[in-house]
Design a protein around this ligand. Structure first.
Ligand SMILES: NC(=O)c1ccc[n+]([C@@H]2O[C@H](COP(=O)([O-])OP(=O)(O)OC[C@H]3O[C@@H](n4cnc5c(N)ncnc54)[C@H](OP(=O)(O)O)[C@@H]3O)[C@@H](O)[C@H]2O)c1
Length: 213
């Protein structure tokens, strides 16, 4: 697949690198430093390029949205028309100092995001794990027991794309249902962050759901 990365920071930089290593064509975009985008593309290998958000969006089979909530209007303006595009978003509706959700309970970041795009194909994914664990998961992808990763959305085709990317990273994709499930998943992310950054053990942390029959 051709994947455009909108926001090449901790999440976008790592996920884009993993997607490229998994064989996808990746365009890194939306950093304040063009040099950083070029460095990322170079280290991700021959499947990766640096570009503008518009270039990342053009012809992309999927876009990874990985920006701070406050940057949404700007990144959308730079990316151009995103109607009908598959957007896999790890973006959380956090306040400026990342201490709390600014949308919760009666809506979610993922739903608000979908409202801003005509014909939205938004899937929430990857936001429930810390960036620090992503390379560990990728390195251990051949192990039988994989960590889970929740995803949610209203568009079947977009969810299929998201599930295959999640599996490429090394997670077991867990379909949590429609986009409104983000109302539960986004607060769960704050619990994961609490465990990762405030409790003992460090942020190389993932989770696993088990069903007993
Ligand atoms: N980090 C995590 O572990 C984690 C986990 C789950 C969910 N999330 C969510 O994922 C999203 C991305 O998080 P992140 O940690 O990857 O963020 P980040 O490291 O700050 O990356 C954000 C990207 O946006 C870019 N950007 C472009 N213009 C900007 C501007 N004017 N001001 C600020 N940034 C600008 C940054 O540029 P530069 O390259 O110049 O910095 C960077 O490439 C957020 O919504 C966050 O809540 C993060």
């Amino acid at each position: 697949m051709r994947i455009g990365i909108l926001g090449s920071g901790l999440m976008g930089g790592k996920l884009g690198t993993i997607f490229a290593r998994a064989g996808h064509d990746v365009v890194f975009s939306y950093s304040r430093s063009e040099k950083k985008l070029e460095r990322l593309a170079k280290s991700a290998g021959r499947h990766a390029l640096a570009g503008t958000p518009r270039e990342a969006a053009q012809g992309a089979d999927a876009l990874l949205l990985a920006v701070h909530w406050s940057r949404l209007d700007d990144v959308f303006e730079q990316a151009g028309d995103l109607s009908g595009k598959v957007i896999v978003s790890c973006t959380l509706p956090m306040n400026e100092n990342n201490s709390d959700l600014v949308v919760a309970h009666t809506s979610s970041g993922a739903e608000e995001l979908a409202r801003r795009i005509p014909a939205p194909r938004v899937v929430g994914a990857f936001g429930t794990v810390p960036s620090e664990v992503l390379f560990d998961v990728f390195e251990r992808r051949r192990r039988r027991e994989r960590p889970s990763l929740l995803y949610y959305g209203d568009d079947r085709r977009a969810k299929k794309v998201a599930a295959s990317l999640i599996a490429d990273v090394g997670f077991d994709p867990v379909d949590a249902g429609p986009l409104r499930i983000a109302r539960y998943a986004e607060p769960f992310t704050l619990l994961v962050a609490e465990l990762a950054y405030e409790r003992k053990g460090g942020p190389r942390l993932a989770y696993r759901f088990e069903r007993f029959r």
